[in-house]
Design a protein around this ligand. Structure first.
Ligand code: FAD
Length: 177
């Protein structure tokens, strides 16, 4: 059950599509790594604690708020950098992994699913992993599995799904030119 803070602000980049208000952490305060900066600023502005966020409207209805480089990450910045790490791990995984390596990676994924700082993202990842057991025998299998894990989140957020035939081109092989 996701705890939501009641605000009058409609979420523009909702981490959980269809839900209103900010997602709270275990301390009952808005969870920085579970909400987008746009939503955090909009909620603060609604309560008079901050000026309204400056947004850039794109050709779609999405609004983008830029996070200063030295600020703690919101759910999007954290996610983007984490996917970079996760796909890079698959891209440098052995072409054929030893049983020890597979065991090591299995442990990493278990721990990752418990400690990821966006708690409901972690919960959904654990659930997806439970229904889609990690494929750790080869780099190709693992890279494809991670791509599908990422696509499950893309789908949940209403984003375009990535064509997993090209995961290695995106994360391992430099494009020509
Ligand atoms: P990202 O989705 O971060 O992707 C970065 C780059 O990866 C893209 O530019 C593209 O080049 C490439 N890419 C995209 N899809 C794939 C793919 N399938 N395979 C390989 N490469 C790909 N945010 C929420 O709001 N709610 C959530 O529940 C949530 N759950 C998350 C769970 C996990 C485990 C992680 C790591 C992140 C989660 N996030 C969640 C964050 C979210 O996935 C995005 O990272 C964030 O919204 C920023 O998106 P983005 O459009 O910049 O690109």
């Amino acid at each position: 059950q996701i705890k939501k803070e009641e605000t009058t602000t409609e979420s523009t980049t909702a981490a959980v599509p269809g839900k209103k208000g900010l997602i709270l952490g275990p301390d009952g305060k808005p969870c920085r790594t579970c909400n987008s900066l746009t939503d955090l600023l909009a909620a603060a502005a609604a309560t008079g604690k901050a000026p309204a966020p400056t947004t850039t409207t794109t050709t779609t209805t999405t609004s983008v708020t830029t996070l200063p480089a030295d600020c703690p990450p919101d759910v999007e910045t954290l996610g983007r950098h984490t996917w970079t790490l996760l796909h890079s791990i698959t891209a440098t995984y052995p072409t054929v992994a030893t049983p020890e390596k597979q065991q090591e990676m299995s442990m990493f994924l278990d721990i990752f699913g418990r400690i990821y700082p966006c708690w409901f993202c972690a919960g959904d990842f654990r659930k997806w992993k439970e229904e889609n057991k990690p494929k750790l025998e080869t780099r190709q299998d693992f890279g494809d599995w991670m791509c599908r894990a990422h696509n499950a989140v893309n789908k949940k957020l209403g984003k375009k799904e990535f064509d997993c035939r090209f995961w290695e081109e995106r994360w391992r092989e430099a494009k020509d030119g």
